[in-house]
Design a protein around this ligand. Sequence first.
Ligand SMILES: [Fe+2]
Length: 175
Amino acid sequence: MTRSVKPDLIDHLRREQANAVRLYLQYKGYHWNVAGPLFHDLHQMFDAHATQVFETIDPLAERQRMLGAVAGYTLEDVRAASSLAEEATLPTSPREMIERLREAHREIILGLKRGFDRAEEDGDPGTADLFATTVQEHEKMEWFLRETLEGASPLLEAAGAPAGAARPPAPRAAP
Ligand SMILES: [Fe+2]
């Protein structure tokens, strides 16, 4: 028996898949560009979190297939489905990196909770469980960031990216 497509629940899965791709790239960008006295710790933590976020992408995409929808994979699909704002500039301090990451996690956590509620309304415990599992990953990463922010405040003010380093070009405006 083929399961019927549930557009709204699929939209929640698509959005969180796209948000995870965005957040993965954001973590990698900070992993590469972070600098300052906490370089080693932050470089490592950002990479570990990037891996954790990356591992959430596949189940979110495959769940869409199980529900009878097509899983998007192009950059345009990501741009269209994500609810995270495009980052126009690199943060200027490790503090700003952590704050922006926390903001992204909080947005994703809210979205996952909305998806969970919708899955429960639809009587779909499998999808609800996926959202519940994924939200725990994000809550844990957000907690690590929060603790880092509180435990090392003065050191986080130091330059986050190489001083005077050329920034990548700003993203093109959406058509
Ligand atoms: Fe690396």
